[in-house]
Design a protein around this ligand. Structure first.
Ligand code: ADP
Ligand code: MG
Length: 635
């Protein structure tokens, strides 16, 4: 292999520049990141070795070793894991823009450096943390298996890297950091020990430390003692999920969570349990405090790692948890699966199915108790992950009753930023209210300004606002709650008030209908391309008009999806409702009767009425230019 020097891809270069020049605190986390990569590489080798024996022909004792060379001022982290081929080294360490690079930079800029170094692992760019403390980094690696070639990668982090044939003879990887003057303290044995204890104690493989140069004139017995000492791992290696709960300190959970989730803050909830009986497994699950950047990306990762009897099998198994719980991170360790389990086998495995159902119940029960015990914290949780959790109503029929207890919505009566549960809404329903009212809207502001709310406000009735994109999908499953039906206030006919009131209202509308018949017919005829019908409305008090859909009409989301699938989309015509008590109506009726009416101007007014209804619900008028002209003329 020819030696060559290549530029980092622009994004990576830019990020490195930021890492080197603008992160000042917590630089010690570079060690955690390198150890975590070493551990990942061993996990992978061990897993692949289960089915491909040639990869583990040397029967390795899996281990990570840290060597401090005070003379050369280098610190190196070695593992005997899977190693990298030349292509892998190129791809993983600098050419192809890793998906997290841009996201990390955005977060960096936003956060102003406060938490940034700690965040680095979250974005899958932890390796670059090495450049915070080193002015040169070398990677010596040899991929496991027959016929592989050693590779040496090195860079000063300033725009380019060099790749050439290496001389490593044993499989695995060594990362060597040439520490800058300010960071030579990381060569001290006590410093390294305390960092490993703090950040990496639960790593499943022994992490050993030694100095490159043994003390001069060392006596035989000292040498023996030193070598014994060097054999002792710095970490306890105890799989946290296998230890009894009452022995584990909160900090240990937190560090473990940071390790597996690549997070930098403590989790919101920790769920640690073991299932016994029919199905035996241990689970250590975490609900993060904040959403990860890829929560809504199509290539997002699933949060659980799978172990079988303490052997790491893999991460990112979508079978273990439904998609709507993808924000949950953690470890599941099964005693019922075979060690050589493959991804394909998991897809329709009875053990996995039962495990999944148990995990879901446990998580939902934990959220339920959080909701009961600490409403403010639950609201924070729901703001962060509610949009994801709600997807479950659409996809998980089995748990829909529990999910209905957990979902929250803003409503006309909640303060801005707050939300209410269906239970709280129902408990607060005044006597005589038989349905749970809701309004689907693009945003909270649109909902809050909707003219449809007028009649409800007048009667003191609350209306839920469904304004997340996912809400349109779940309204069908939300059909009812605890025996009470949900009703969209902008679909079909709405009847409010007591029987008496309804009667009176009906009569009033009928009378007004007769009075305005000519006008309604006229408008219906002129707007026949835009609306299906024109009628008088019981919903409005202040606004002149609004648009409503027919009962059972397709939701805008459904229409969008049909369009995306290339299906013929029926033109959805809605109904224009007019407020019989609004002065505009009287005026228009009078004008219609007037013999001196200017037809063109009158038509423009009718069109503007329809546009007003569109604008009132936060949509665009049909022709913004005409709309502006009309109103400018009016002014
Ligand atoms: P992440 O660990 O989140 O993937 P990193 O920036 O820490 O991101 O590492 C980048 C990639 O480099 C890893 O995914 C892995 O493919 C490769 N890599 C890093 N260190 C090692 C190692 N010690 N052995 C093998 N591959 C490694
Ligand atoms: Mg990493």
């Amino acid at each position: 292999m020819e030696k060559s020097t290549r530029p980092f891809e622009a994004e990576v270069g830019e990020m490195l520049d930021l890492v080197v020049n603008s992160l000042y605190s917590k630089k010690e986390i570079f060690l955690r990141e390198l150890i975590s990569n070493a551990s990942d590489a061993i996990d992978r080798a061990q897993y692949l070795g289960l089915t491909d024996k040639t990869l583990v022909a040397d029967s390795p004792e899996w281990a990570i070793s840290i060597v401090a060379d005070k003379e050369a001022a280098t610190l190196s982290v070695s593992d005997n894991g899977i190693g990298m081929t030349a292509e892998e080294a190129e791809k993983n360490l600098g050419t192809i823009a890793r998906s997290g690079t841009q996201a990390f930079m955005d977060a960096l800029k936003k956060d102003g450096g406060a938490n940034s170094p700690e965040m680095i692992g979250q974005f899958g760019v932890g390796f670059y943390a090495a450049f915070m403390v080193a002015d040169k980094v070398t990677v010596d690696t040899l991929h496991r298996g027959e016929g592989q070639e050693a590779v040496k990668w090195s860079s000063d982090g300033k725009g380019s890297y060099t790749i050439e044939q290496g001389d490593r003879a044993v499989p695995g990887t060594t990362i060597t950091l040439h520490l800058t003057e300010d960071f030579k303290r990381f060569l001290d044995s006590w410093e390294v020990r305390s960092l490993v204890k703090q950040y990496s104690d639960f790593i499943a493989y022994p992490i050993r430390f030694r100095e490159a140069q043994p003390p001069k004139d060392e006596k035989d017995e000292d040498k023996k003692r030193r070598e014994e000492e060097e054999q002792k791992p710095l970490n306890t290696m105890r799989a946290l999920w296998r230890r009894p709960k009452n022995e584990i300190k909160e900090e240990e959970y937190t560090e473990f969570f940071k390790h597996i989730a690549h997070e930098y803050e403590a989790p919101l909830r920790t769920i640690h349990y073991s299932a016994e009986g029919q199905l035996e497994f241990k689970a250590l699950l975490f609900i993060p405090a904040k959403p990860n950047f890829d929560l809504f990306m199509p290539n997002r990762k699933h949060g659980l790692q799978l172990y079988v009897r303490n052997v790491f099998i893999g991460s990112d198994f979508e079978e273990l948890l439904p998609d709507y719980l993808r924000f949950v991170k953690g470890v599941v360790d099964s005693s019922d699966l075979p060690l050589n389990v493959s991804r394909e086998m998991l897809q329709d495995d009875a053990v996995i199915r039962k495990m999944r159902s148990s995990l879901v119940s446990k998580i939902l029960a934990d959220l339920e108790s959080l909701k009961k015990d600490d409403a403010a914290k639950y609201l924070d949780f729901f703001r962060a992950f509610g949009r994801v959790l709600k997807e479950g109503l659409h996809s998980d029929y089995e748990h829909s009753d529990k999910l209905k207890e957990l979902v929250m919505f803003p409503s006309d009566k909640t303060e801005e930023g707050k939300m209410t549960t269906l239970r709280a809404y129902k408990d607060a329903m005044p006597e005589g209210q038989k349905e749970i009212y809701y309004l689907v809207a693009e945003s909270y502001e649109n909902a809050k300004n909707s003219p449809q709310l007028e009649a409800f406000r007048k009667r003191g009735l609350d209306v839920l606002f469904l304004c997340d994109a996912v809400d349109e999908w779940i309204v069908d499953t939300l059909y009812d709650y605890d025996g009470t039906k949900l009703k969209a206030i902008d679909k079909g006919e709405i009847e409010l008030g007591t029987d008496e009131e309804k009667k009176a209202e009906k009569k009033e509308l009928e009378d007004a209908g007769k009075e305005y018949k000519a006008l309604l017919d006229y408008i219906k005829d002129k707007l026949k391309d835009d609306v299906k019908d024109v009628r008088l409305s019981p919903r409005l008090t202040d606004s002149a008009c609004c648009l409503v859909a027919e009962e059972g009409a397709m939701s805008p989301a459904m229409l969008r999806m049909m369009k995306a699938m290339g299906q013929e989309v029926p033109k959805q015509q809605r109904i224009l409702e007019l407020n019989p008590k609004h002065p505009v109506l009287t005026r228009l009726a009078d004008e219609l009767k007037s013999p001196t009416r200017d037809d063109e101007a009158f038509l423009a007014k009718i069109g503007a009425l329809y546009d007003l209804a569109l604008v009132g619900e936060g949509a665009q008028p049909r022709n913004p230019l005409n709309f502006v002209k009309f109103f400018s003329g009016l002014i």
